[in-house]
Design a protein around this ligand. Structure first.
Ligand code: 4AD
Ligand code: MG
Length: 430
């Protein structure tokens, strides 16, 4: 007797196999019970009759509740009318646990209720599809950089300094010192890029963002490439190639999951290079034409991002924002020093920013002046300044938030479903 996963069932037609899983639902017609079982890889209908399993097991299968765990042995049969095209004629049934009444029923539940039951909600076919796509996106990110000779060098989670502004730091005790949960691995990637040439880091990042929006999580995953001797335009090219690669991969490998989500894939098929490149100033005029009150010098908020990203049929690269509204480490445009050599990539269909990055200041004096201007603690940045003392070179990189990309590719209206256990404003359970 062979134990098989449902995704492999086609290879076992006519054979006696065992499937282990959970009961999705049961339907009975007198002498036969139809059990739909899921095992994480797929769903399969199993047919239980008194004649083939005997009185006792038949009675057991009659009281199985939704999500009861069980092991079924039987013969695999091709069945065009059945879900997935196969059925199992059960000859033996072993109940592992009879589930208590399952809180999540096949009916409408409020989001609050579902989030409270996130640990159980993950079993639904929709959540399953989203998280399979998330996995594929992460795999594609790694493949992309690995195939191009980038070295994975991860950054620490506990850090002594801020990277993306001091207002969104999560602070914690680190023995006798204070530490912060990292907001971005970038500063460390700048060190490792000087050691390995081209690197990426990929890990959880944290922001105490007091904003309750469909785009913000307190804990999210970021993939961050950093390249020595690279400039802003190199990052635009890289981001463009990277995003096209990811989207094409998901279209190739996760068609069925996209169908579960009823995603309009024709929109994703358009995600091919070149992407429009728009100066910040052009973006501001575009917004003003749409009736948005934004002025030169203002940063974009959620509304502006949504408006802008609805203007294009593929991701758009907005570049050269005013230095004054950007992070301390950003290099200035030599021609227009009031502008930063930075970019944001906005996903289409109203999704907004998914990538932020650009060129870094590589001159010691200039960086020191910035650190002082931003009133950052010089002591904590000694190591970062060292990078500008020993073989400093122009370098650039970017960070892409995984959850926002998952939300966009899956066509979701909120990032809360894109990560197994989202951490949101004042929400830490489960
Ligand atoms: O634009 P951000 O803040 O850029 C950085 O952190 C740079 N240090 C990255 C780099 O150059 N290596 O964040 C980068 C991306 C955003 O574009 C967004 O996709 C995601 O991280 N992000 C968030 N995702 C979910 N929830 C939040 N609160 C996020 N904040 C940023
Ligand atoms: Mg940003």
């Amino acid at each position: 007797m062979v134990v098989v996963y449902i995704e492999d069932i086609a290879r076992h037609v006519g054979q006696q196999v065992t499937v282990r899983g959970w009961l999705r639902h049961r339907r009975s017609s007198g002498k036969i019970h139809f059990l739909v079982v899921r095992d994480g890889t797929g769903e399969l209908q199993a047919v239980v009759s008194k004649g083939s399993v005997g009185e006792e097991q038949f009675a057991q299968s009659a009281v199985l509740t939704q999500e009861s765990s069980l092991m079924l042995t039987g013969t695999v049969r091709q069945e065009a009318r059945a879900l997935g095209g196969y059925e199992l004629d059960v000859t033996g049934l072993q109940v592992v646990q009879i589930a208590e009444p399952f809180p999540i029923q096949p009916k409408e539940h409020g989001v609050g209720f579902l989030m409270e039951h996130r640990h159980l909600w993950l079993r639904s076919s929709r959540q399953h599809a989203i998280l399979r796509i998330r996995h594929e996106i992460i795999r594609a990110c790694r493949n992309f950089f690995d195939e191009r000779g980038f070295v994975l060098v991860d950054a620490p989670i506990f850090t002594p300094n801020a990277c993306e502004g001091t207002t969104t730091l999560f602070q914690t005790d680190y023995f006798d010192e204070k530490a912060y949960l990292t907001q971005s691995g970038q500063l460390y990637s700048e060190a490792t890029a000087a050691a390995f040439g081209k690197v990426y880091c990929f890990g959880p990042t944290f922001r105490a963002e007091k904003s309750k929006t469909r785009r913000h999580l307190m804990e999210f995953w970021m993939v961050e490439p950093e390249v020595a001797f690279a400039e802003l335009s190199d990052m635009m090219d890289l981001a463009e190639e990277f995003l096209s690669f990811i989207v094409q991969r998901v279209l190739e490998t996760r068609k069925a999951d996209l169908a579960v989500l009823e995603r309009d894939t024709s929109k994703l098929e358009r995600v091919v290079a070149p992407f429009p490149r728009v100066l910040y100033e052009e973006a501001v005029s575009l917004l003003q034409k749409k009736g948005n009150p934004i002025q030169i010098g203002d940063d974009f908020g959620g509304d502006e991002e949504t408006l802008l990203s609805n203007e294009f049929d593929r991701p758009a690269i907005v570049h050269r924002y005013p230095s004054a509204i950007k992070a301390f480490y950003m290099q200035n445009d030599p021609v227009r020093p009031e502008l930063a050599l930075c970019m944001d990539v906005l996903a289409p269909e109203g999704y907004g920013e998914i990538i932020g990055g650009g060129q870094r200041i590589h001159e010691y004096d200039k960086l020191m002046a910035r650190i002082r201007e931003h009133k950052l603690p010089e002591q904590a940045f000694r190591w970062y300044l060292d990078l500008r003392r020993y073989g400093s070179v122009p370098h650039a990189g970017f960070g892409m938030g995984i959850e926002r990309v998952v939300a966009w590719i899956c066509g979701l209206d909120h990032v809360r479903e894109t990560i197994p256990f989202p951490r949101m404003l004042y929400k830490l359970y489960p």
